[in-house]
Each structure stands twice: as C-alpha cells, then as structure tokens.
Design a protein around this ligand. Structure first.
Ligand SMILES: [Zn+2]
Ligand SMILES: [Zn+2]
Length: 354
C-alpha cells in the first residue's frame, strides 16, 4: 500500500542536499482490520505544519515514518463489532488520528489528551487506505465535500485553541500566524464574538486572506511596530486573548506585551524542542496576571469541529491539490510557502471541482 513517509531524517529546509531530510512514497503493509476497526479508502490528506517537524525527528528517528493525520475518505470495510456509531460501508468520513483508550487514568479523569495508550492506533493516513478504531471516525455532513472534510482535524485544533482561550463575547483578540491553523482560529474566534480581531503575519497574501475571513486589522510584525499598532487598535489596553499559531521563536515573546492585564495567551503551535523563552515573572504574571497555556492535541473537540465545519470558508486552503505520486513535489510546495495549505489526493473518489 503506497504511503507517504519520511525516508531520511533532517530539516526539509536544509540548503545542503546531503543533510536535508527527505520525504517519499514507500510501500507499507495494510493494517489488519480489528473487530472494532474501520478501514477508510483515503480521498485527501493535507500536509500539516507539524509534518516537517516529524522529518526532523521530533517523534522518533527510525525511518520510514509514515505521515498524514488530516484526512477524509470513504468507509471501505467495517470490523464485525464496529457498529456502535452507525457507520456503513460507503459513508464519507474524516476523523481523529489519535485513539484515546478510555481506560487509563487520564482518560477516566476527563483528560484524554494525556491518554497513556495514545500511540497504538496512530497510523499514517497519507496513504491509499488507513485503518482506525471506530471511535476515531466521524461521518461527514452531506454539505461537506471530501476535499473540505480533510480539514476536520485542523478545525478540531482551532476548536481546542478556542476552548483554551476561555474567550467571552466581546473580548479583543489577536492571532499571530496566518497559516492554516491561524486562519481557522480566526474564523472560529470570530464566531465566539471576538472584537478588534487582529491577524499578525509577515506574509502579505496571508494577511489579505485574514481580512477576507473576518480580521478587522492586520499587523506586519516585520515592517511595523507591533506593540504600537496593538495599542492603537485596543486603545492602549491590549488584547484580552492572544493566540500564537505561528510556532515561530521570533514571534512568541512579543505577544506577552500586547496582551491586556488579566489576559490569556495561548501558545497553540509546536515549538523547537530546545527553544526557551525568557519570561519576566514580575511583569507578566505578578503585575499583569496573565494566563499562559498551550495546546497539545484536541480531545472532545471533534464533534464540535464537525458542527462548525459547514460554516467555515476554507476554499483558499484546499486549492493546491497534488496526486499521491507527486508527494515529493507537494512537500516542496509546502516548504516553499507558496500555498496557504497543500493537499494530497490519495485516491480519485469524487469529481474534482475546478
Ligand atoms: Zn496537523
Ligand atoms: Zn487512555
């Protein structure tokens, strides 16, 4: 079964080809169909900002490492006991690449994100098929195409970010980073009643995309004085909610200065393993009483992501589609940043809209 995988550990951005990481299409055996499993013929799998981190060896260095956790497809087979959520062969589905066991202590305490058995069903979905436990699979609404459906997982991340902000209607909100997660978080926080909604992003195309999807203001953190702009937008008070969706060590420190007193800063990205951010406890935690938090995975967010996905405008995130055999070119396009998001078509399962 053809699967996109990291075939050599290293940065995909390394200018030196001899040390650069590599992605390719390899042959993996199809996973066995357990009694409670669902086999999905994958339609689309999107490249995630975290995929290059996997190439760098963040979660292990034994290659090949199968990729793909943002996917949609059609149910091809059901295990004999996979009947509890009403799925049928032929259903259009998406889902959570993580299976929470439901049995360990964190699962039973309502903190599935810390499930102690989380790895067991974490299978690569940038492949011809993927086999998941039925608890991971969600039927897509009729109004959501398979192409849009592959964004259910990143939408769940935006939902989880919104959960962690504890936003209230009318809160002033800034989002740093106009990649897919930042753009989705923008739309989701707009639904929550965000005001003074500001996207901070150095790439002009992505700022304009934000303005088309609900941002009231944009800041170019390279060309502009970010703090002065934030003060002007918020009347000197700062933002009640600040979200980092950039993962950029250069960007994250300044976010503490644009947060309002009593505000919440959500670091909602993956960061370099060895990066440490200086933090003046007197200024930010004592005097400003900031709440700082992060997002690891998205427990309890998928049912709500499924509810809001029909209401999100994601057309601009699904325009760059590459066939599975062109996975190498797809990753080159992703790394180049020329598209806001890159999607891989793993099987031809629906008429391709232009
Ligand atoms: Zn992702
Ligand atoms: Zn568990």
């Amino acid at each position: 079964m053809r699967t996109v995988a990291v075939t050599k550990i290293g940065s995909l951005r390394d200018p030196d080809e001899s040390t650069r990481g590599r992605v390719g299409v390899v042959d993996f055996p199809e996973q066995p169909l357990g009694p409670e499993d669902v086999r999905i013929r994958v339609a689309y799998a999107a490249i995630c900002g975290s995929d290059p981190h996997l190439a760098e060896g963040f979660f292990g260095t034994d290659v090949p490492i199968g990729l793909g956790h943002e996917l949609s497809g059609v149910v091809e087979a059901l295990g004999e006991r996979a009947i509890r959520n009403g799925l049928r062969v032929g259903d259009r589905v998406a889902g959570n690449f993580l299976r929470f066991c439901g049995t360990c202590r964190p699962c039973q305490e309502g903190r599935q994100q810390f499930c102690e058995n989380i790895q067991e069903y974490n299978r690569p979905g940038m492949a011809e098929t993927v086999t998941w436990h039925e608890s991971q699979v969600y039927k897509l609404p009729d109004s959501v195409s398979l192409l849009k459906g592959c964004l259910l997982e990143p939408t769940s991340v935006a939902v989880r970010i919104a959960d962690k902000t504890s936003i209230k209607v009318g809160d002033r909100v800034a989002i740093c980073g106009g990649g897919p997660i930042g753009q989705l978080a923008l739309q989701v926080l707009k639904m929550h009643g965000a005001t003074s909604l500001t996207l901070i992003e150095p790439i002009a195309d992505r700022r304009e995309m934000g303005l088309r999807h609900g941002a009231e203001h944009v800041i170019d953190p390279v060309a502009e004085d970010q703090r002065a702009r934030a003060d002007a937008i918020t009347g000197g008070r700062g933002y009640d909610v600040v979200v980092d969706a950039s993962g950029s060590p250069r960007a994250v420190r300044g976010l503490l200065d644009i947060a309002a007193k009593g505000g919440t800063v959500v670091y909602g990205a993956m960061y370099p393993e060895t990066f440490e951010m200086p933090l003046n406890l007197s200024d930010y935690l004592y005097l400003k009483e900031l709440t700082l938090t992060g997002v690891f995975v998205s427990p309890y967010a998928f049912p709500r992501a499924l509810q809001i996905l029909p209401h999100l405008d994601v057309d601009e995130l699904t325009r760059a589609v590459f066939p599975l055999e062109s996975a190498v070119e797809a990753f080159e396009a992703h790394v180049s940043g020329e598209h806001p998001k890159v999607v891989i078509r793993c099987n031809e399962l629906e008429a391709v809209s232009s």
